[in-house]
Design a protein around this ligand. Structure first.
Ligand SMILES: Cc1cc2nc3c(=O)[nH]c(=O)nc-3n(C[C@H](O)[C@H](O)[C@H](O)COP(=O)(O)OP(=O)(O)OC[C@H]3O[C@@H](n4cnc5c(N)ncnc54)[C@H](O)[C@@H]3O)c2cc1C
Length: 376
């Protein structure tokens, strides 16, 4: 039961966004820019954002050589170029909006370790460079074999190394903190611990139903428009959408003495990724070891994948160097039949932007801009 005062001042909004990840926050910021006088509210089910945006590896990802070649088996050239362009544009928006220092953006380089069986991919590097040139204006990929020995990677695994000239890295925590602060500075309201159970469209508003355990009742907010930015968790609200959760597991070491590399790295078609951060190694991936088990929205870790990650540290990344693991965690990504994100109008009042795959850091800000184009 609401009080008169609550009913008057806390229930009605012009725009409600569900999800306080990079897409939800960017959408709220775009809305406030477009409609500065209107009330914008973000609802987040967790006390902290609880999906992928605060739990990822912080690569400003464009796609590695083998990953883009892999994509080309089931995407057209136009689709590959378009997605690359959208990631590039998204990263530009994010960097301009928050500034490199605030998000810990660094251009320390991005590289892919090429194994024996992947060597044929090098023959297609010129083709991909030509395909992407209208967007990159410089070759996206170039050989960097001279760095293999200097970086200390296993020579028996790393038969070649390719530099990706367009990728960078950022500090995921600083970025999401800065995006949240930026949204609050603009006058956007954010409520955490606010899980949306369902929504119903009425003639003149959308009714949004939230859990309200303390009062043992549902709270119903009214909004002129609703924006669903819930990525892997979208099927709870929109069960017909092609969204499948995919867990990503990560570990970080304690500082490693004499670490020889900086920057961000991929191997095995992007299924593994690692970087140097604060003298430590952050390593994630291994979903391809157990696709069935990792098709889950559970924020837990498994022994099988964590052991595999440690083996990759021993065998490929720092062979012969002792290390200790400081922390392990997981986050949930969203996949579907294609790698294209879903940006959609469900009605003149209900919109959605979700299914960011493993690339939302660069893509998220652009997707939010696309969503604005759909508003009636
Ligand atoms: C381990 C890992 C590593 C990754 N590494 C990279 C990388 O290096 N580079 C890169 O570009 N991308 C990476 N990604 C992917 C990237 O993090 C995602 O694509 C991006 O964060 C998606 O952002 P989002 O806002 O769409 O989703 P999310 O960040 O998942 O945000 C959705 C939010 O909605 C909330 N929510 C869901 N349902 C409800 C509800 N009913 N009510 C209220 N709130 C709700 C969730 O709690 C969540 O906070 C990685 C992902 C993982 C898991």
């Amino acid at each position: 039961m609401l009080s008169y005062w609550e009913q008057q001042s806390f229930i009605r909004y012009d725009h409600i966004v569900i999800g306080a990840g990079i897409v939800g926050l960017s959408t709220a910021i775009e809305l406030k820019d477009k409609y500065p006088q209107q009330r914008v509210l973000v609802l987040e089910r967790g006390l902290l954002p609880t999906g992928a945006s605060s739990r990822n590896a912080g690569f400003a990802c464009m796609g590695s050589l083998t990953e883009l070649l892999d994509d080309s088996q089931y995407s057209s050239e136009d689709e590959i170029v378009l997605l690359y362009e959208r990631r590039k544009k998204g990263l530009e928006i994010l960097r301009k909006r928050l500034g490199d220092e605030r998000i810990g953006y660094k251009a320390n380089g991005s590289y892919e370790l090429i194994s024996d069986t992947e060597l044929p991919a090098l023959e297609q590097m010129d083709y991909l460079n030509r395909l992407l040139l209208p967007i990159t204006r410089q070759p996206a990929f170039k050989m960097a074999n001279e760095q293999i020995q200097a970086s200390g990677f296993s020579a028996s695994y790393t038969k070649a190394m390719v530099e990706n000239t367009c990728e960078g890295e950022l500090h995921t925590g600083k970025m999401l903190r800065a995006l949240t602060d930026y949204a609050i500075e603009k006058g956007i309201e954010i409520k955490t611990g606010a899980e949306v159970l369902r929504f119903e469209e009425e003639a003149h508003y959308v009714a949004i139903f939230l859990k309200h355990d303390l009062r043992n009742e549902e709270l119903v907010l009214h909004s002129d428009k609703l924006f669903i930015c819930t990525n892997a968790f979208t099927p709870q609200l929109l069960p017909d959408e092609d969204v499948v959760p995919g867990r990503g597991q990560v570990l970080i070491t304690q500082p490693v003495q004499g670490l020889k590399f900086k920057g961000v790295y991929h191997f095995d078609k992007g299924f593994y990724y690692f970087r140097e951060i604060d003298g430590r190694i952050l390593l994630g991936g291994g979903r391809n070891l157990d696709f069935g088990g990792e098709t889950t929205a559970e924020l837990t870790i498994t022994e099988r994948i964590q052991i595999d990650l440690e083996e990759k540290l021993h065998g490929i990344i720092i062979p012969g160097t002792p290390f200790l693991i400081e922390q392990r965690w997981s986050g949930i990504m969203a996949f579907g039949a294609t790698k294209q994100p879903i940006v959609k109008s469900f009605s003149p009042r209900v919109y959605g932007a979700f299914r960011m795959g493993g690339m939302g850091v660069a893509l998220g800000s652009e997707v939010a801009q696309q969503l604005m184009q759909l508003i009636v």
